[in-house]
Design a protein around this ligand. Structure first.
Ligand code: AMP
Ligand code: MG
Length: 407
């Protein structure tokens, strides 16, 4: 089977298929401190109006704006209000109350004059500027009404959402359980990263890159180790991987005689959604569903594995987490050195992105192709070059994709 897609379409395919799977049913309740990056399953509501009272946003004097229209208006200060304090009674004409930031504006007043714009002699306050109704007051309920939704279900929780939940007193949050992602590398030549490789063996680096990409994207990872390039053993490991929500394989998806992943998935009646993507690195990437689970067969070359994970596996993790897929954060920068890339494919080239003022400048890094993690570790992003631009001159604008966590 040969189902080769442009990368944007391949990504869209993943989003369609993952969205069509059942939403995560499993939920759990966690303490607010643990909620960063989790996905909310039950909305957080306002327990009262926010702000709960008409709040002063400045230190100064609570006044009746109408009293301050004449230049140099003089008012009598009849009291003081600190944050958390209350003022009994009503402020009458040509009176004012000294007020601190965060205090409740007293009855009768409708503006706060900043202390910087006043002069004080005993109980007499002289205003240097006229106050307008509403100056430096946030009205009760203007941020949110009691009962309103503050954080919607399916939101990925960041620090602002956590602060908002804390403000509303929701200190235990109902979130979706993380999707479980099984990691299986393949290859007779691959040994554990802690083992001493023979001269022709390679250490398993994909296990760690996939694990950290999965974990930081919000999945729980399960390491299945390495499968040999042999059908019976590979099938057994793949079947174990299918117990998770997502199975990510590395290696064994190219055209070689011992690239058996597609065959074994076929034997397990997988439905293939693509078996190649028009990109480099990452061309042989495979995406299938099998026993209602998502299966990604990523090419084994380490840079291919990482690029295809970012492009295709991340949106699947988002959707199975209960969130919307985060968009690819592509932005533009100016090319520093010329780029020449051939072929009817999109290139994701390791690149160094620096800023000059507000303008991003990008330099392609020398590299030995999709096995070159040395180059990738020096890169903080990728230069994304489509097939329509074989030659790009310095100064031209190009698309850039940050390497996750590196910018
Ligand atoms: P494959 O996709 O199986 O054809 O592998 C492509 C290249 O990636 C080969 O040079 C493999 O040795 C290498 N490779 C495969 N799996 C891993 C892995 N888990 N860690 C590091 N390199 C790998
Ligand atoms: Mg292999």
């Amino acid at each position: 089977m040969n189902l080769m897609l442009p990368y944007a379409e391949a990504r869209q395919k993943v989003i369609e298929i993952a969205a069509a799977l059942r939403r995560p049913a499993r939920r759990e309740t966690i303490e607010i401190e643990q909620a960063f990056d989790r996905v909310l399953a039950r909305e957080v509501r306002a327990d009262r109006d926010y702000p709960p009272f008409n709040r002063s946003t400045r230190d100064g004097f609570a006044v009746r704006a109408a009293d301050t229209a004449a230049p140099g208006a003089r008012l009598e200060c009849i009291g003081e209000l600190r944050a958390g304090g209350s003022f009994e009674g009503t402020v009458e004409t040509r009176q004012c109350v000294e007020i601190m930031t965060g205090a409740s504006v007293p009855a009768g007043t409708d503006a706060v004059a900043m202390i910087e714009h006043t002069k004080r002699e005993g109980r007499t306050i002289t205003l240097e500027r006229a106050a307008q109704i509403g100056d430096h007051i946030v009205p009760r309920g203007s941020e949110a009404r009691a009962g309103a939704s503050l954080v919607a279900a399916n939101t990925r929780i960041g620090y602002a959402e956590m602060a908002l939940a804390a403000q509303a007193g929701t200190t235990r949050l109902e979130v979706f359980a993380k999707p479980r992602l099984a990691i299986l590398s393949t290859g007779d030549e691959v040994v554990d990263a802690r083992a001493t490789p023979g001269p022709l063996q390679v250490r398993n680096s994909n296990g760690i890159s996939i694990e950290v990409l999965a974990r930081t994207a919000g999945a729980e990872s399960i390491q299945l180790g390495n499968a040999p390039d042999e059908k019976v053993a590979l099938r057994k490991d793949i079947e174990r991987g299918l117990e998770a929500d997502i199975l990510v394989l590395s290696g064994g998806v190219s055209m070689g005689k011992y690239d058996l992943v597609e065959q074994v998935l076929g034997d397990l009646s997988a439905e293939f959604h693509f078996t190649g993507v028009a990109i480099r690195p990452g061309r042989p990437a495979v995406f299938a569903t099998c026993r209602d689970k998502l299966v990604f067969g990523l090419p084994g070359n380490p840079v291919s594995t990482m690029v295809t994970f970012e492009l295709f596996v991340l949106p699947a993790i988002d959707l199975l987490s209960g969130a919307s897929p985060r968009p690819l954060p592509i932005f533009q920068g100016k090319l520093v050195t010329p780029v020449h890339e051939k072929g009817a494919i999109a290139h994701f080239l390791p690149a160094r992105i620096e800023w000059e003022g507000r303008e991003a400048r990008v330099t392609q890094l020398p590299w030995q192709g999709s096995g070159d993690i040395v180059a990738l570790a020096l890169a903080n992003g990728f230069l994304v070059v489509g097939p329509e631009r074989p030659d790009i001159a310095p100064g031209e604008w190009v698309d850039l994709l940050p390497r996750r966590g590196a910018i």
